[in-house]
Write a protein that binds this ligand. Structure first.
Ligand SMILES: Nc1nc2c(c(=O)[nH]1)N[C@H]1C(S)=C(S)[C@@H](COP(=O)(O)O)O[C@H]1N2
Ligand SMILES: [Mo]
Length: 258
């Protein structure tokens, strides 16, 4: 157990290191001898990190096409139903943009077309909801790590917070809006993707169109649907209920590992 904790600690450090690489975008910085050394070191670290990450112990099980569930129910919000969202559905999400900001060097926006042009990963995995049902689905999307590397993380970055388009509980102050958060270990995990496709088709509204998080070693509620914005932060105790997510603010565990 302590070995796992040590690895987790190590990965926190190296994931932050990965982000720090993003700082060295310009020539006058990379020309510096010390910076070159750090980069060379970071390269080794990245490789070691990947070795740890691809060890079978840390990957969620992947299935084959024949295992895909004939029906995959929708849970929680099945349609955000706001005027703004309906307008985007009508234009095929051509006006939708994913915002990535917070503790990053270069805040960026990605259209759906932009995301589809990036390298993708496809994985067939089992989704487990705490309400007692599971289903196997095939997901295609952009590895979140790739997005984070392209915006470049500030050294203080620790968490990725996902803001969604739906309000699951109607409130006056907006605290019923769905949100989630994960740490950088999970953010850089090879099976953590921003999925735009399910079972070979564009993601349906019921399953989080146009983009949802797949964070495969976690329970269903961590897999934020209708993602509009990703904010990189050093803490999340100052957002809404302070527990890092809609369901977490209502008593569920933040670390919903399976
Ligand atoms: N934005 C948003 N994301 C969400 C939810 C939600 O209500 N809103 N429900 C969560 C829960 S509890 C589960 S089990 C899964 C359900 O995903 P599905 O509708 O594709 O089955 O989405 C999760 N992500
Ligand atoms: Mo769930």
């Amino acid at each position: 157990m302590s070995k796992i904790v040590t690895r987790r600690r190590f990965l926190i450090g190296s994931a932050a290191g990965l982000g720090a690489i993003g700082l060295t975008g310009c020539d006058d910085v990379t020309g510096n001898e010390n910076v070159q050394k750090v980069l060379a070191m970071a390269e080794g670290l990245t490789m070691d990190t990947q070795r740890l990450l691809v060890s079978p112990r840390t990957l969620a099980r992947e299935y084959t096409d024949k295992d895909i569930s004939p029906t995959f129910r929708s849970n929680g919000t099945d349609d955000p139903g706001t005027e703004e969202y309906e307008a985007m559905v009508e234009n095929g999400f051509s006006t939708w943009k994913l915002k990535v900001d917070g503790m990053v060097n270069q805040p960026m926006e990605f259209s759906l077309a932009d995301l589809k042009k990036l390298p993708s990963r496809t994985q067939i995995t089992r989704h487990d909801c705490v309400e007692g049902w599971s289903a196997i689905g095939k997901w295609t999307g952009v590895p979140l790590g790739l997005i984070l590397q392209s915006v470049g993380l500030k050294p203080a970055a620790r968490y990725a917070v996902f803001y969604c388009a739906d309000e699951l509980e109607q409130t006056l102050d907006g605290s019923g809006r769905y949100y989630e958060s994960i740490d950088l270990i999970d953010a850089f995990h090879p099976q953590t993707i921003l999925a735009y496709s399910m079972n070979g088709k564009d993601l349906e509204v019921a399953h989080g169109a146009p983009l949802r998080l797949r964070v495969e070693r976690h329970l269903g509620y961590k897999h934020a649907k209708y993602v509009m914005r990703i904010e990189i932060r050093d803490k999340f105790n100052d957002i809404w209920g302070g527990n890092g997510g809609f369901w977490e603010d209502r008593g569920y565990e933040w670390y919903a590992g399976i």
